[in-house]
Ligand binder design. Structure first.
Ligand SMILES: Nc1ncnc2c1ncn2[C@@H]1O[C@H](COP(=O)(O)OP(=O)(O)O)[C@@H](O)[C@H]1O
Ligand SMILES: [Mg+2]
Length: 276
């Protein structure tokens, strides 16, 4: 696999043993910015590098499940049932995918009720962390694909996580609303989860040739400095195509630039110490 950018971040060393997992929440309360696409493809790329990866679909839309070939609508048990169960067992709801080493915990529309049902629970913000605990030693990375909201489910993801990645679509209003998200991350860090940190901001759907895209990148870099990932994801129809094929781009179009970009992001995430 010829990747012109391969020299930028080293190939990750092989792991001799696995776990404990580092948990990454993929967050932005805006929809359509590339959270699910990044969750699936970063997860698949990390798995290609020998990492054991669990992707938690934490959006009632179930796009991450569908994107990895799991028809969550037909399932009785999903992340929703385990969040509400008196004795949750996450091992019962883990599905294999076409990618070796990448497993997924599916979600469906049932999850939209969880936000209200959890309100009366003791320690409601820690519910997801509690559900994940039994498999922490089985995985190197757990990625949580959040729904587009800052509500209780997202707070649960941030409370369970070690790091947050914020995908931003490289367009004029990219930064709109990001201050609110950063405030929410700070509140969770202060009150619920002191280990939480912002791993990075990822620019997605970049139209490389346009001056506009370069201006957006410059303004995001001005705001976030070196927390902006050096890796940028270009806009290409291969991503929606791969979604329809229910595969990561790394298997659907393994030599496409989009696949190389997510492999490079995986190497950057590892090189920055955001993962094993
Ligand atoms: N780099 C990209 N280039 C082109 N289309 C993309 C890219 N990333 C995501 N998309 C498409 O944009 C839409 C929204 O992306 P998605 O990852 O579902 O965002 P979110 O999870 O934040 O709502 C999807 O149809 C997806 O296939
Ligand atoms: Mg999504």
């Amino acid at each position: 696999m010829d990747d012109p950018a391969d020299q930028d971040f080293p190939y990750p060393p092989e792991l001799e043993s696995h776990g404990p997992a580092r948990i990454i929440a993929m967050c932005n309360q805006k929809g359509g910015v590339g959270k699910t696409t990044t969750s699936i493809n970063l997860a698949a790329a990390l798995a290609e590098y020998g990492r054991r990866v669990l992707l938690i679909d934490f959006d009632p839309q179930g796009a991450a499940s569908a994107g990895l070939g799991v028809n969550a609508r037909a399932l009785d048990r999903t992340i929703y049932t385990e969040l509400l169960a008196p004795k949750p067992d996450i091992t019962e709801i883990i599905h294999e995918t076409i990618v070796d080493g990448l497993h997924v915990v599916p979600a469906n529309i049932d999850l939209s009720a969880a936000e209200i049902q959890l309100v009366s629970e003791v320690g409601r913000e820690h519910t997801l962390a509690r559900v994940l605990r039994p498999v922490m030693d089985d995985y190197d990375v757990i990625i949580i694909d959040c729904q587009p909201s800052l509500g209780l489910l997202t707070v649960n993801a941030l409370t369970a996580a070690h790091g947050v990645i914020i995908p931003l679509e490289a367009e004029f209003f990219a930064m709109r609303g990001v201050a609110l998200l950063v405030e929410q991350i700070e509140r969770v860090t202060e009150r619920l989860n002191p280990k939480l940190r912002l791993d990075g901001v990822l620019l997605t759907m970049v139209d490389n040739r346009t001056l506009h895209a370069r201006e957006v990148i410059a303004s995001v870099e001005e705001g976030f400095g070196d927390r902006v990932f050096d890796t940028k994801i270009s806009r290409t129809v291969k991503f929606p195509d791969a979604t329809i094929a229910a595969e990561p781009i790394t298997t659907y179009a393994p030599t496409h630039n989009g696949a190389h970009a997510y492999r490079r992001l995986a190497r950057e995430v590892i090189a920055r110490g955001h993962s094993a």
